[in-house]
Write a new protein. Sequence first.
Length: 202
Amino acid sequence: MNFLTRLKILPRWIIATLDSFILLQCALFGYLVRFNFELALIEQNDAFAGSFTFMVGGLLVMQNTRSYEGIVRHTGFRDGSNIFKTVIINFVLFLFLNFFHGNFLNDRFLLPTSVLIIASLSAMFMLIFYRLLVKELFVYLKNGITAREMKNGIIFGAGEAGIIAQEAIKRDSKSLFNTVAFLDDDPKRKGKTLMEKGFSEV
């Protein structure tokens, strides 16, 4: 757990590996749904080979879109749109390959169209979901585990200088100082709670 608290950014190779594994699993899930979980039919349709091809295609597309380069703990709309673009390009790529195989090589599709649709939709969901999950894990580790190590303290001065000091402490990610109260010699501020933009009655 200490290793996780020290870890600030997931290396790109870990993200690329996770993405590859998810693409493979989503394709296998697509085969399972398409053939009603009948293992004999799944084996006859070379599910593993098709899933592996889907994963390789996704990796090649990721090399172009660089969707694995985002900082997971700061996942936002831009990362989500990049993943969406990756999955859509991969989907179109396999549609073209299926068309080429079926009409020019007179061979069966690399992936059945229904499997391709299921795999693409589930991959889009899972790739975004696990990034958000890791993002929340980082927040939990920072706020939950670190909170037990923080030291309570008091800031003297509830005026502008005190507010500036509090904001500086909040912005410092390495700070272990937890402000529990403000001391001030102004009687007008007695019984009030310090907010971000001033005081409010308790």
